[in-house]
Design a protein around this ligand. Structure first.
Ligand SMILES: [Zn+2]
Length: 155
């Protein structure tokens, strides 16, 4: 399918067969579950989390969420791919400017379990504590950064 390296690596880590872009999102099931948005931001983005302003550098990021409402994963992920919606979640600041955006749907998955598995990869780190995880007491954040050269940021 020619997926970008971070998208392919994350799908492999999560053993996730349902990887879609904006064109394929309508083919997702309406099941409830967890999802990972893998996106690339082309330049620095300012975001405010817990009243603190942060700057994220250009690069690849993974945001993990869950879809429990009507329409399940299909409806929630379709919303993330729409450019015209009002900002509501922290991640909307990133999807609004992303130049690559893919979604991995995990039917019946748990978002915090997904974060835990991704955090074990040497290429990931948590750039902003509390990002996307206001309702979660277990995770440092539900946003991870993907490092193209994992050794550089852990040295
Ligand atoms: Zn969590």
């Amino acid at each position: 399918m020619g997926l970008p390296i971070p998208v392919a690596a994350i799908a492999r880590c999560l053993q996730c067969p349902l990887v879609v872009d904006a064109q394929a999102v309508a083919s997702l099931p309406v099941s409830k579950g967890a999802y990972a948005l893998v996106l690339r931001i082309p330049g620095r983005v300012e975001v405010t989390v817990r009243t603190n302003a942060h700057a994220l550098p250009a690069g690849w990021y993974v945001y993990v969420g869950s879809a429990r409402g009507p329409g399940g994963l299909r409806a929630r992920l379709a919303r993330h791919f729409r450019a015209d919606r009002k900002p509501h979640w922290h991640v909307d600041a990133l999807t609004a400017v992303a130049n690559r955006l893919y979604a991995l749907a995990l039917v019946a998955g748990s978002e915090c379990e997904v974060v835990r598995r991704l955090a074990e990869l040497p290429a990931t780190s948590f750039p902003i504590a509390g990002f996307g995880s206001s309702d979660c007491a277990d995770c440092r954040a539900h946003l991870l950064r993907w490092h193209a050269r994992p050794d550089a940021h852990r040295a």
